[in-house]
Write a protein that binds this ligand. Sequence first.
Ligand SMILES: [Zn+2]
Length: 340
Amino acid sequence: MAQHFLLSPASRGEKSVFDIARMSNDEAFILLCETRWGKNGTQCCPSCGVVRKHYFIKARRQFRCAEKQCGHTFSVTSGTKFAYHKKPYVDILYLIALFANAVEGTAALRSAANMGVSYKPILLLYNKVREALFQSRDLTPMHNEVEIDGCYFHYYIRPANKREHRIDRRLSFNLNPNKRAVLAMRQRGLPGQGASRTIVTVIKNENEQDVSALSTKFIKPNAIIYTDNHTCYASLATSYTVKQVNHAEEYSTDDGVNENQAESLFARMRKQFSHVHKCDPKFLIYYVNEIAWRDDNRRQSFYWQFLELVKKCLQSGQSRLWSKYWQGNRIKEDCLFVTS
Ligand SMILES: [Zn+2]
């Protein structure tokens, strides 16, 4: 049997978490500059957008725009997910490295314990990383072979102590109001390579209307869809070639019809929720999208994933959701998919 990827040297890459933790703050600053603007020594002024070598204010590690009419002062984190940071650059990179290294997701509390600091800034940083991943999703329609399935989260209702106080948890009006279904669409890659790309959405439950709208939006008409025998997928047969497997009977038919890539993704998601301590249903999409990104890039090295996360945080703008969170800025809207 082939060696697991995570046991191979290719999974580690050029640098380890330890190497990143030992970087000086100057080295961390250079890495951030090169990741944001490239290695040719130019910067892009976030105010006027001019790309050139701007004046460097060494003592403050800031730049001043060299365009006379602008003169804007900016840093490498201005207008990024790291804007208004208080921690040194190397601390931020160390935390991103811990995040990247956790293949099944990690809790902010665990990273905070590693650094010996409060979990609050770490939680915000990690949620900003998740926001950056969400904003940089590839939503181009899928083709060839696509697996679709749903997985439920936040459905559990704790039974009352006394039997006479317990409710019938099967009845619809007794269901947990936070119950959500994550619908995953996974495009298969080359034979034997597993899935190559994933789009996840959050819906109330697996229903025909949402499934139909999502497949029209994200799957090309000539695709072959693999799914289970839930009734909501039956209507897809009018637009696609649909192959279904009855999980009550088997997980893969004799002809090889299965949706193991979707199930594999859900297994990783469930592992994530055994690590994190809390996830508000409003933010569920950010957590499951993080796992989808991790699963799609499972054969990339740690250092590649680390640099990719840093790049996405630097290039996806300032955080709308998590800025001033502890000062009372709370997200009101749910992350449910809306049929348009
Ligand atoms: Zn400027």
